[in-house]
Design a protein around this ligand. Structure first.
Ligand code: ASP
Length: 618
């Protein structure tokens, strides 16, 4: 008689010694198979874990005979009695005290040999794992990640529910939302020549929810950005997106801190300290060279412009004369400055040249005959200002000083790079495992020297600080935004702002960004219309769920925490997307490909021009 697999009694991580003597029905996949001359043992796996099943030829010859035909990854149902393993206990398994002595076995389906072993030590390359993702996801570590992601998402939803937020969906087929990336476009069949854009974020829709009186909105939502994929980007990714009415910056930050605390609790069982510290944008950049600093390490930057201004070293004095600055990064002896060999410092200098620096001037502080001396590198150039320099930087014998001089932004960028690399090279230990911090007081605009125009530091809907509104007319570069970024261990994890809710200010900001009235009308008319009808003051934020799960799961790649991710070439190895489509489909859309694109297609798509499921259209 067939085993009623739908009546399974336990999952494979549930049976313990206390169940001994009970009957059990288990289902799952054959994780491993051992024939011990007589007894056959299988490890049966499901998403929860593993249970050992024993087949005894003496007591249950039929089940035993069938068990001998099993292969890894066969899908089976087993019925039997829970027995104690006695001295063969496996302390590594939660179910290691017991085994199920099988009375019956059903092979529900057979498995071909798998292209790689289904275990956590697989050496299979990632493309193959992604192609057979349904097998890859059978691996216990992947199942754990899926579970963790579920737990974190649930904690987020529960938190926002308790706090009075509504989850409301927003459309995917929509108009462009400017978040600084390229849009994914979807052609319209009914209006040939017209395209939808997939949302880079639900930014405008959530603002309209506030105009609609929804008061508090939070959604776990997919966003789409067509960017060159760096290691830690995905073309479609998941945001926790929220918006609140009648709030100021503090209210949004407090709400987010509660959500982050819930995620840490669900993901790591850690209570994070709140409120998170705040650092002003200008201070972050000044001290660490970047607006998302990892402050768990020392190696702060010190401004030395005034001290080296008068030196004869042209690299410094020339840069300063041209309106630039000079900064110093000092590695303390206690941080392992003695490990910085010539080879390492030369290597760093070469790296910096790769990102546009002239090099990385360096010198060592040593104990000389009459006190502190400088040795090697640029020692002789900065010798005349040695005492002032060491005092300003707090440098002592045994320390190593690195310098950069030039335009402020460049200097910060170069020394941030040097700092990050030095932390790696010296294997510095962070002062704590997790550090959450807010960066506030961002400038509203960034000036693009090449294009001679302003860009929004966040997006065009971000509000200026009230006291800076007048500067929009006189000195836009000085306007600070009501924006806040949440940084975790030096990575930006969330970004948001209080929004502009006055039509005249929104118009002014569009102008400053070089968005003409026509363009604003074409792209954002619905927003501008909404701002005519009593919009409440509002603000919000969004954070990338994938990255949070990645960090909380201790994974290094976003691909490890997304069920069906894309590769760095934005390809899905499982489905083969993106793929060519039949000519008929293109015709329906009023689209033709350029001859050179046709020529590049390896194969002109063949097969039926129409969709398989035509029914619904008729
Ligand atoms: N829409 C913004 C983003 O996706 C976040 C926000 O301002 O709420 O980055």
């Amino acid at each position: 008689m067939a085993i009623h697999f739908n009546k399974r009694t336990h999952r494979n991580d549930e049976l313990r010694a206390q169940h001994a003597g009970q009957s059990a029905i288990l289902v799952g996949w054959v994780n491993s198979y051992r024939d011990h001359g007589g007894m056959v043992f299988i490890d049966l796996r499901d998403r929860g874990g593993i249970t050992q099943v024993k087949f005894n030829p003496e007591t249950d010859p039929k089940a035993h005979a069938l068990a001998r035909s099993l292969r890894n990854e066969d899908c089976v149902a087993v019925e039997g009695r829970v027995g104690l393993r006695g001295e063969n206990v496996n302390p590594k398994l939660p179910t290691g005290e017991i085994e199920v002595e099988a009375r019956a076995l059903d092979v529900l389906s057979k498995s071909d040999a798998t292209p790689f072993e289904i275990d956590d030590f697989t050496k299979a390359n990632e493309d193959l794992r992604l192609q057979y993702r349904f097998l890859d996801l059978r691996r216990p570590s992947m199942q754990r990640v899926l579970r963790l992601r579920h737990d974190i998402s649930k904690a987020v939803r529960d938190y926002f529910d308790q706090e009075g937020f509504l989850e409301i969906e927003t459309p995917f087929l929509t108009k462009s939302t400017p978040e600084g990336a390229r849009d994914y476009l979807v052609p319209s069949r009914l209006q040939p020549g017209h395209f939808y854009a997939l949302p880079q974020s639900p930014q405008l829709f959530k603002q309209l929810f506030m105009v609609a009186g929804c008061d508090r909105y939070a959604q776990i939502v997919r966003c789409f950005r067509d960017e060159d994929l760096r290691a830690d980007r995905q073309p479609e990714f998941t945001q926790i997106d929220l918006e609140m009415s009648f709030v100021d910056m503090d209210d949004v930050m407090t709400a987010v801190e509660g959500c982050v605390a819930a995620m840490f609790r669900a993901g790591r069982n850690i209570e994070v300290e709140r409120p998170f510290p705040r650092v002003r944008f200008a201070e972050a950049v000044d001290r660490f060279g970047i607006d998302r600093p990892d402050t768990r390490f020392g190696l702060e930057l010190t401004d030395v412009t005034e001290i080296v201004r008068g030196t004869e070293f042209k690299v410094f004095s020339g840069a300063i004369e041209a309106g630039g600055v000079a900064k110093c990064l000092c590695v303390k002896a206690a941080e392992g400055a003695d490990k910085l060999t010539r080879k390492i410092t030369d290597g760093l200098s070469e790296e910096l040249k790769g990102i546009g620096a002239g090099g990385l001037p360096v010198t060592k502080v040593v104990e000389g005959q009459d006190g502190t001396e400088l040795a090697t590198g640029v020692a002789k150039f900065v010798q005349p200002v040695r005492d002032a320099l060491c005092e300003r930087v707090g440098a002592e014998p045994g320390d190593v000083m690195f310098f950069a001089a030039g335009p402020y932004n460049d200097v910060c960028k170069f020394l941030h790079h040097a700092r990050t690399r030095l932390i790696e090279i010296l294997q510095l230990k962070p002062s704590k495992p997790w550090e959450l911090l807010w960066v506030v007081d961002f400038p509203m605009f960034e000036w693009d020297e090449q294009e001679q125009r302003y860009y929004s530091t966040h997006h065009p809907f971000t509000s200026p600080r009230d006291e800076d509104v007048a500067l929009l007319d006189t000195d836009p570069a000085k306007v600070r935004a009501k924006a806040y970024d949440l940084v975790l261990n030096g990575t930006e994890m969330a970004g948001g702002s209080i929004r502009i809710h006055r039509r005249d200010i929104q118009q002014k900001v569009f102008k400053l960004l070089g968005i003409s009235d026509e363009e604003a009308k074409e792209k954002f008319e619905f927003l501008m219309e909404a701002l005519r009808f009593g919009p409440p003051p509002h603000g919000g934020i969004a954070f990338g769920l994938d990255r949070w799960v990645m960090l909380l799961a201790d994974k290094e790649s976003l691909r490890d925490v997304i069920a069906y991710p894309k590769t760095q070439r934005a390809v899905c190895p499982l489905t083969g997307a993106p793929g060519p489509v039949a000519t008929g489909q293109l015709e329906e859309l009023g689209i033709d490909l350029r001859p050179e694109v046709w020529a590049k297609l390896e194969q002109r798509p063949s097969g039926p021009d129409q969709h398989v499921h035509r029914k619904h259209d008729e």
